[in-house]
Design a protein around this ligand. Structure first.
Ligand code: HXC
Length: 258
């Protein structure tokens, strides 16, 4: 499908989704959010896709929700319309791994979108921030919740209350991003990570995603039980037999997602 605000390419089992509103630093408007939810759902349903990479431009992953569009909305518009909730729910329903490849500004809703991905690879030019306070609002799609769980209360309060930006080095130190790479190498590194994931059993990758995400949503005891049962369940797959057999036979595994 052709999108107005995205460029989607599928290459070697990886769907690369690029946010493409260069004139507005990829600000998230209604059209972009609807298209993004659709593109992710399509990738999730496409058997050829085993991993997704979400990126923006060199200057901006996304500079937040579209302020021009939001400035026209009333309380009733955002409350009754539940601004961006259906789109983010569709995004979060994706069971395949999603890597955010972030360069430049990653602010407000843009930072929250990156946080909805499974992990973030940042260019050394990346700048993260939750500057909603400057607009008289708070974050609305997870910034006060996901960011706090990841970087802790003190840093999250600092980011949300001062609206300051965090550079890539601080983001890595805080656990917000998994790795920082030179800007020129960002896409190469992100696509290589996605290719590595694409070589695994898709069943196991799906299970990993469910298990790790569960750790944010439940108690340690319940999470451990969930993980243990998932571990047991994997023994019902052919890919478990193949993975262990291949190790014993000193060869590469041939996973078949069965
Ligand atoms: C709409 C935006 C935008 C945004 C940038 N632009 N951010 N348009 N919404 N969030 C537009 C600018 O208006 C400008 O358009 C063009 O992109 C380039 O931006 P500049 O400001 O000229 O660039 P620069 O001086 O380099 O500054 C970059 C910037 C700044 C620091 C990122 O643009 C900025 O502060 N943006 C807003 C960041 C922000 O507050 N985000 C949080 C939004 S609230 P023109 O037409 O003038 O050239 C949010 C809530 C989420 O995200 C919750 C949803 C439910």
């Amino acid at each position: 499908m052709a999108y107005k605000t995205l460029i989607v390419e599928i290459e070697d089992h990886v769907a690369l989704i690029r946010l493409n509103r260069p004139d507005a630093l990829n600000a998230l408007n209604a059209e972009l959010m609807a298209e993004l939810a659709d593109a992710v759902a399509q990738a999730n349903a496409n058997d050829k896709v085993r991993c997704i990479v979400l990126t923006g431009s060199e200057k901006a992953f996304a500079a937040g929700a579209d302020i021009r569009e939001m400035s026209q909305k009333s309380f009733v518009d955002v409350f009754a319309g539940d601004l961006f909730t259906p789109e983010t729910e569709r995004f979060l329903a994706c069971r395949k791994p999603i890597i955010a490849a972030v360069s430049g500004y990653c602010l407000g809703g843009g930072c929250e979108l990156a946080l909805m991905c499974d992990f973030i690879i940042a260019a050394d030019t990346a700048k993260f921030g939750q500057p909603e306070i400057n607009l008289g609002v708070v974050a609305g799609i997870g910034g006060t919740q996901r960011l706090t769980r990841i970087i802790g209360k003190s840093k999250a309060m600092d980011m949300h209350l001062t609206g300051r930006f965090m550079d890539a080095e601080e983001a890595e130190r805080s656990g917000l991003v998994s790795r920082v790479v030179p800007a020129k190498k960002l896409m190469e590194e992100a696509m290589a990570a996605a290719q590595k994931i694409a070589e695994k059993s898709a069943l196991t990758a799906m299970a990993v995603k469910e298990c790790v995400n569960r750790s944010y949503e439940t108690t340690l005891r319940e999470g451990l039980l969930f993980e243990r049962r998932m571990f047991h369940m994997m023994f019902a797959t052919e890919d478990q037999t193949e993975g262990m057999q291949a190790f014993v036979e000193k060869r590469e595994p041939q996973f078949r997602d069965k």
